[in-house]
Design a binder for this molecule. Structure first.
Ligand code: S3P
Length: 446
């Protein structure tokens, strides 16, 4: 249940955003660090964990399943794992809040252990499709009693005799891939996921770091990933790099506001996550990456971004998985660009925390932008900033819609208001403070 108070917020035109920030830990890696730590033997120490509602819900879920989860005074988190198949039946329902990743990956983790668990979530999560994990996890022996059309809340009955499978994902989804691989950890033999388009690969990287028997093979433009089950994972320290999906907001804000220069330190540069940076550079953005280095099996670097005159481009459908969470803020950047930006291959945007394609189009329109949409594409034609803004954006319990449009207001001629900024706490509670530190003005509307 979402019982949080609604909290409208307005941003207005500013110039010269400047400063150096480090964005909080990557959300995808943070979820996985807690879950893999809970399934490993020994104590996993996590530094830089994202402390946002989605992740706190996953931490609570792992504790409810019997793992020891503690936050130290220095901000590191310690997870005492239970070993493969060691998770225990929770005493009550597990509330995943707003998080598709938390709920879908946890379902995978539990699907091959013989107990039941009830999964609940907020008004956004209970609308999202769960059939995409229910289908493969049932093939592995789990059973689900789900609300109409395969949605949450559901009760998951883990398999007594788990079956390894070979599964080709029908949608490009790292969540589906990861759910099946996690279920495979406690199934006998080898479980393989084939994906036609490569999606974010943090599960593969991190399982290898925890000592899992895992192989990744190229398969056309996608990959085949195989994990061997019934082996123990060994606890390993995890340093979580800065989240590029959070950095995206500061990046676009600096590009579209005049005289800005912002450095985002320690940002994750995994190529399955950098589609936005690539696209913005194609649009003419002044973005430079320095200090590239490896930490905990992932590449990170410092990203310097300066105000730029952007031009419209066509973003190919194949790039969508590497920037799937960044389309709302890219669409905002496109509203300030010269010419038309066409984004295609966006079907998955319809099943995110909101129907993001519809929410972005509506938010842009109400702020004077020129927009066209189809079932899986979005086209935005830029216009002078003086003609943009003035609208009230419906955020539909979606943190990224709220942040994208607050960024729009920083460069639009007239302020932009979002109806509810409270959901920002699910992924990036530091957003208003960090943006304020760079010189952005965001306030409660009169
Ligand atoms: C995520 C995968 C993506 C992304 C989500 C996080 C993950 O979802 O949108 O924010 O951590 O695996 P899909 O895999 O469903 O596309």
């Amino acid at each position: 249940m979402n019982t949080r108070p609604i909290h409208p917020l307005q941003s207005r035109k500013c110039t010269a955003l400047s400063g150096r920030i480090a964005v909080p830990g990557d959300k995808s890696i943070s979820h996985r660090a807690l879950m893999f730590g809970a399934s490993a033997v020994g104590e996993t120490v996590i530094s830089g964990l994202l402390e946002a509602e989605d992740i706190i819900n996953t931490a609570r879920a792992m504790a409810a399943l019997g793992a020891g989860v503690e936050r130290g005074d220095d901000g590191t988190w310690r997870v005492r794992g239970l070993g493969t198949g060691g998770l225990r039946s929770p005493a009550g329902p597990i509330d995943f809040g707003n998080s598709g990743t938390g709920s879908r990956l946890a379902a995978g983790l539990i699907a091959t252990t013989p107990f039941s668990a009830r999964f609940t979530g907020d008004a956004s999560l209970t609308k999202r499709p769960m059939g995409r994990i229910i289908t493969p996890l049932e093939k592995m022996g789990a059973r689900f009693e789900a609300a109409g059309g395969g949605r949450m809340p559901f009760t998951l009955y883990g398999a007594r005799d788990a079956v390894p499978i070979v599964y080709e994902t029908p949608v490009p989804s790292a969540q589906v891939k990861s759910a099946v691989l996690l279920a495979g950890l406690n199934a006998p033999g080898r479980t393989t996921v084939i994906e036609r388009q490569a999606t974010r690969d943090h599960t593969e990287h991190m399982l290898a770091a925890f000592g899992a028997e895992i192989t990744v093979e190229a398969n056309g433009s996608g990959r085949a990933i195989t994990v061997t089950g019934e082996r123990e994972l060994a606890a390993t320290p995890i340093a979580v790099p800065g989240d590029p999906s959070s950095a995206a907001f500061a990046l676009v804000a600096a590009l579209i506001t005049e005289d800005s220069e912002v450095v985002i330190a320690d940002m994750l540069l995994n190529p399955t996550r950098t589609g936005l940076v690539q696209t913005l550079i194609e649009m003419g953005a002044d973005i430079a990456i320095s200090n590239r280095r490896q930490t905990g099996g992932e590449e990170v670097g410092d990203v310097t971004v300066r105000s730029s005159l952007l031009k419209g481009v066509t973003v190919p459908a194949e790039r969508a998985p590497s920037m799937i969470d960044e389309y709302p803020v890219l669409a905002v950047a496109a509203a300030f660009a010269e010419g038309t930006t066409r984004m295609q291959g966006l079907a998955e945007l319809r099943v995110k925390e909101s129907d993001r394609l519809a929410a972005v189009a509506a938010g842009l329109e109400v702020n004077g932008a020129v927009v066209a949409t189809g079932e899986d594409w979005l086209e935005v034609t830029g216009r002078p900033a003086s003609g943009l803004g003035g609208g009230l954006v419906a955020t539909h319990l979606d943190h990224r819609i709220a942040m994208a449009f607050l960024v729009m207001g920083l460069a639009a001629g007239v302020p932009v208001t979002v109806d509810d900024a409270s959901m920002i706490a699910t992924s990036f509670p530091a957003f208003p403070g960090l943006m304020g530190g760079l010189g952005a003005v965001m306030e409660v509307p009169a």
